[in-house]
Design a protein around this ligand. Structure first.
Ligand SMILES: Nc1ncnc2c1ncn2[C@@H]1O[C@H](COP(=O)(O)OP(=O)(O)OP(=O)(O)O)[C@@H](O)[C@H]1O
Ligand SMILES: O=C(O)[C@@H](O)C(=O)CO
Length: 426
């Protein structure tokens, strides 16, 4: 039998976030890193597949191209419904990529209507009257207004998405979603008659998402953050079960690699350092000056892995990051740090690490690609949006890995994650 749900995620940590919510609602999920090359073996033993792309901030034409290739793969694997996953803060520019990718998927699927909602109440993202809130503030008043690549200065998602697409964008508001699936379907019919092609949907609670999930049963394409995933598996009769999150038992040494510079990750690094555990700071300026920082990090690993987890981090407060970016250029600094951390990850694997926490979306992308990981089986949740995963390594061993979005996870994430693995998977 083919897969039920085929998902296209616009970044790597976002993909595991989505997969996590599907697993918690009872689906067995495999996440693929990039679109498999032609002829690659298809996963047969999963209810949903999430293809993780890095398409959030690339030029719109490239994002469309990658998403269409992912769609073709998922359809050939039997997917009955397609889910385009973007960020719960709707990260995009006026040129895209959420609008252009949505339109291209609609055209390819021959469908005239879809919905859009980044709501993820468990992580404080709610949509009310079409406006996105991050915690207690509007998106435009949150830290996202300063994002270097996708500054979000308008909280009205009807106008944000309207600027990215030629299709008319309507709204299904909370008075409708708060009722039942029948009311949502009636509103969809009304919007279609009025000529809308996409509807932003309000959701302020998980109950709203469950009702919305039921209403979009059979819709060829849905677009959302990860929140909608809690309401979809029931459409195929799946119910929450520990079996869906089962992973093989972990082994080997433990390490954390953090290249995220978000506020939440800074707090997690500080908390780890406070416990006095072994930690190695990766200084981009020393790397740029030619020092063998990855070699030093691996020497440090050799003397401390037995007392792990060991942390390797470039995470710094915003002022320190700005200083580095001014000296090296933001993109150059990012690439240099990602290359260094990816090399450290490779060396850690050679030295027996088999349980790895990675913090930061870009950092996660660099690390999983360097390790040759092509697929992840999704396991139990550590914190909302972040599950443990298992990857088959090229040599045949299993690596337990978690990819943490910068903004996710509690302060003690870097130690709590291993405690959870001991408790729930061993
Ligand atoms: N000390 C540093 N100075 C300059 N750049 C850094 C430093 N540390 C990390 N970086 C770069 O900053 C970027 C951080 O992006 P990444 O996506 O990994 O984390 P994030 O933006 O905090 O998290 P997310 O995208 O999941 O929200 C990476 O390109 C990383 O290499
Ligand atoms: O939706 C979110 O907030 C995350 O899954 C994500 O995409 C962060 O990059």
């Amino acid at each position: 039998m083919g897969i039920r749900l085929g998902c296209i995620a616009d970044d790597f940590t976002g993909a595991t976030d989505l997969a996590n919510n599907l697993v918690r609602a009872g689906m067995r999920v495999v996440q693929l890193i990039d679109v498999p090359p032609p002829g690659a073996e298809r996963p047969v033993d999963a209810d949903a597949v999430v293809i993780a792309l890095k398409s959030r901030t690339v030029p719109a034409a490239d994002a469309v191209d990658a998403s269409l290739r992912a769609l073709a793969w998922l359809r050939s694997a039997g997917a009955e419904q397609i889910y385009f996953k973007y960020c719960s803060t709707f990260d995009s520019t006026p040129a895209g990529n959420i609008g252009p990718v949505t339109e291209a998927l609609m055209d390819a699927l021959g469908t005239a209507f879809t919905i859009a909602t980044p709501a993820f109440p468990d992580n404080g993202r709610t949509v009310f009257k079409g406006h996105l809130f991050v915690g207690d503030v509007l998106l435009s008043e949150s830290g996202m207004r300063h994002h270097p690549l996708t500054p979000m200065t308008d909280s009205n998602l009807v106008s944000v998405l309207g600027a990215q697409t030629s299709r008319a964008v309507g709204l299904i508001d909370h008075t409708v979603v708060g009722r039942d699936a029948t009311a949502v379907r009636a509103r969809i019919d009304e919007l279609r008659e009025q000529g809308a092609g996409i509807a932003i949907v309000d959701a302020v609670s998980n109950d709203d998402l469950v009702r919305l999930g039921a209403a979009v049963q059979g819709m060829p394409l849905v677009t959302a953050g990860s929140g909608l995933a809690i309401g979809l598996p029931a459409n195929w009769g799946f119910t929450p079960s520990h079996v869906a999150a089962a992973l093989p038992p972990p082994g080997g040494h433990r390490a954390v690699i953090s290249g995220s510079v978000s506020a939440a990750t800074n707090q997690q690094v500080q908390e780890f350092l406070r416990t006095g555990r072994p930690a190695f700071s990766v200084d981009p300026l020393r790397v740029a000056a030619g020092a063998d920082v990855s070699g030093e990090a691996l020497a440090f690993a050799e003397s401390h892995l037995a007392d792990g987890p060991v942390l390797f981090y470039s995470t710094e407060a915003p002022e320190a990051v700005r200083t580095v970016q001014t000296r090296l250029g933001a993109a150059e600094a990012g690439e240099l740090v990602e290359r260094t951390l990816a090399r450290v990850a490779e060396g850690l694997l050679e030295r027996g690490v088999r349980q790895l926490v990675v913090a930061g979306g870009e950092t996660s992308g660099a690390v999983v690609r360097a390790l040759g990981v092509t697929g992840l089986r999704i396991g139990p949740q550590i914190d909302p949006g972040v599950p443990w995963c298992a990857a088959a390594l090229p040599g045949g061993d299993t690596l337990h890995i978690t990819l943490k979005s910068g903004n996710f996870g509690g302060p003690a994430f870097f130690t709590d994650s291993f405690a959870l693995l001991d408790r729930e998977v061993s």
